[in-house]
Design a protein around this ligand. Structure first.
Ligand SMILES: [Zn+2]
Length: 100
């Protein structure tokens, strides 16, 4: 069963079925997993995997529907560096943490 992020199109990421994460009865890859899921990775770990997803290939990258976590631990702010041409249609960005 592939990632079920969108009923109208397939997931663009090469994620094995056994790596999908369940949320409200549907299965998502890490990149499309909604932000309200308690199992969402820490932004630092997510960023590492995101950058690995950026690495292969050339040309326009498709990040449609990606849910970027913004809350971070230890007062760190989640940042994502993208220096390639990319589509960010229907993406979700979490709130940035503030240090106190
Ligand atoms: Zn997906």
């Amino acid at each position: 069963m592939p990632c079920q992020w969108n009923t109208a199109r397939e997931c663009q990421f090469a994620v094995h079925d056994d790596e999908l994460l369940e949320h409200d009865g549907r299965f998502y890859c890490l990149f499309h997993l909604p932000l309200d899921n308690d199992n969402k990775l820490d932004p630092n770990e997510f960023s590492i995997q995101f950058n690995e997803a950026l690495a292969p290939g050339i040309g326009l990258r498709d990040f449609s529907g990606v849910a970027f976590p913004g809350h971070a631990t230890h007062g760190m702010v989640a940042t994502y560096r993208v220096d390639v041409e990319a589509v960010f249609q229907n993406c979700t960005f979490g709130r940035f943490a503030t240090s106190t």
